[in-house]
Design a protein around this ligand. Structure first.
Ligand code: ADP
Ligand code: ASP
Ligand code: MG
Length: 433
């Protein structure tokens, strides 16, 4: 008997029929003797719809109120799911994040989990019942309801798995696992059997939303094995665990051998069209300017990603600084920079929301020369211009025009030999929103 945490994403519980289908799976797992804790997301695109609704009331909803509103989505699905499981003759009880003991800081909209005290979940399991927990939400010390950021139900699931000492955290979604690229963009993407925490971190940070970044960080810190799989099939998915180069265990059961093959050089290609680029033109090229500029950007609450500073044009003594940031932060950042134009003495400000970011990820690139050359060559052959480049030890990211991003993903995927030979990747549901 095992203790399993199962998380079902929005597309797996999009309507009453799907909820009943998922309930069956959960009831079967319980009947097989497992202790089952379920984390559930809001139905379908409910969270987006609630956000749109708030936007119709006011362009800048108070963050506290927005959080309460958004948590309503998961409360609907958790209670319906508990009803569906109960109807199948298995006892189930649903809990909000607060009731389940998900304690967070007070940063509305992207709260961090500070502690997990799941007394009620424990009690429920002890009675042989299934505990259903609303994903994506918690409560701050001052008793305000918080949300964990988009995709946060993954984080709830991993945090509960760590807090309960679960044997595995299963993330059920609308594709068969983590693929070498988003199957909605590259139909030739291949399912990955095993991926290390560090590579999954880079893929998630690069925009592969199949697993939320925070969830992967949490899983790595607490060494929670995560199994990403489909709620629409019974296929084995992707195991997220371990470190690159882990020795192959000769005593491992045969069923695990295939996840212990020699690690590949490249694990996948991620893409992200949620960022924009701001260029500060003609910044005086002297010490302290970048520091001041990014103080202002940070003050506007923007989480910046890439930064590029041009070589200073000698005779003018000025330089251009470009950086990327989430679309949602552009307006506030432009306003904040506008306000210090005279103080910093730059010449102009440009913002561009038509950019896309592609990231090539693979721990093997550390020790394999030629990866960048092959990446840039593939983009050249596809006629795609590179606007910015950034790298980490195991990732190379480039910025392209937004409307070239999908082509870029497919070209790079093919150039690195990642294309599947076993037919097209299946996307079972979801709007991809
Ligand atoms: P859920 O509602 O289950 O949380 P999400 O929409 O958040 O599902 O995440 C699943 C989606 O992630 C897939 O439908 C797919 O389009 C997208 N995705 C992006 N990159 C990848 C990847 N590398 N592997 C698998 N899915 C990916
Ligand atoms: N419902 C939330 C969202 O859409 C959380 C989640 O699905 O993980 O972001
Ligand atoms: Mg998700």
């Amino acid at each position: 008997m095992a203790l399993v945490v199962q998380k079902y994403g929005g597309s797996s519980v999009a309507d009453a029929r799907s909820i009943k289908r998922v309930a069956k799976r959960i009831a079967e797992s319980r009947r097989a003797g497992n202790d089952v804790v379920v984390v559930v997301s809001a139905m379908g695109d409910t969270t987006d719809e609630l956000l749109d609704l708030a936007g119709e009331i006011t362009p800048l909803p108070p963050k506290r109120e927005l959080d309460i509103l958004l948590t309503a989505g998961e409360r609907i699905s958790m209670s319906l799911l508990a009803m569906a499981i109960t109807k199948l003759g298995v006892k189930a009880k649903s809990f909000t994040g607060q009731q389940a003991g998900l304690l967070t800081d007070a940063v509305h909209g992207r709260a961090q989990i500070v502690d997990v005290v799941p007394h009620r979940v424990h009690e429920t399991l002890q009675k042989g019942q299934v505990a259903i927990v609303a994903g994506f939400q918690g409560v701050s010390r001052s008793n305000d309801v918080t949300t964990l950021g988009r995709g946060g139900s993954d984080t709830t699931a991993v945090a509960l798995a760590a807090g309960l000492g679960a044997d595995v955290c299963e993330i059920y979604t609308d594709v068969d696992g983590v693929f070498t690229a988003d199957p909605r963009v590259a139909t030739s993407a291949r399912k990955i059997d095993r991926v290390t925490y560090e590579e999954m971190l880079e893929l998630a940070a690069g925009g592969a939303k199949v697993l939320a970044l925070r969830a992967v960080e949490y899983a790595r810190r607490y060494e929670v094995p995560v199994h990403v799989r489909s709620s629409f099939s019974t296929k084995t998915g992707t195991l997220v665990t371990g470190t690159y180069g882990d020795p192959i265990d000769p005593n491992a059961p045969a069923s695990q051998k295939d996840t212990q093959m020699e690690d590949p050089i490249i694990s996948g290609v991620a893409h992200d069209d949620s960022e924009a680029k701001i260029t500060v033109v003609g910044v005086p090229d002297k010490p302290g300017m970048a520091a001041r500029l990014f103080e202002v950007v940070a003050g506007a609450g923007a989480n910046i990603d890439m930064i590029v500073q041009n070589v200073s044009a000698g005779e003018t003594g000025r330089t251009d600084i470009s950086f990327t940031l989430p679309h949602a932060s552009t307006q506030a950042t432009v306003a904040a920079l506008d306000a210090v134009r005279e103080e910093i003495g730059y010449l102009a400000l440009e913002d561009d929301d038509q950019i896309g970011k592609l990231s090539l990820v693979g721990a093997g690139m550390k020790s394999n020369p030629g990866v960048s050359a092959r990446l840039f060559g593939a983009l050249r052959d596809a006629g795609i211009n590179i606007e910015m480049i950034s790298t980490s030890e195991i990732r190379i990211s480039v910025v392209t025009r937004a409307d070239m991003l999908d082509d870029a993903v497919r070209a790079v995927h093919t150039a690195f030999g990642l294309d599947s030979t076993e037919g097209e990747a299946v996307v079972y549901a979801g709007s991809g929103r």
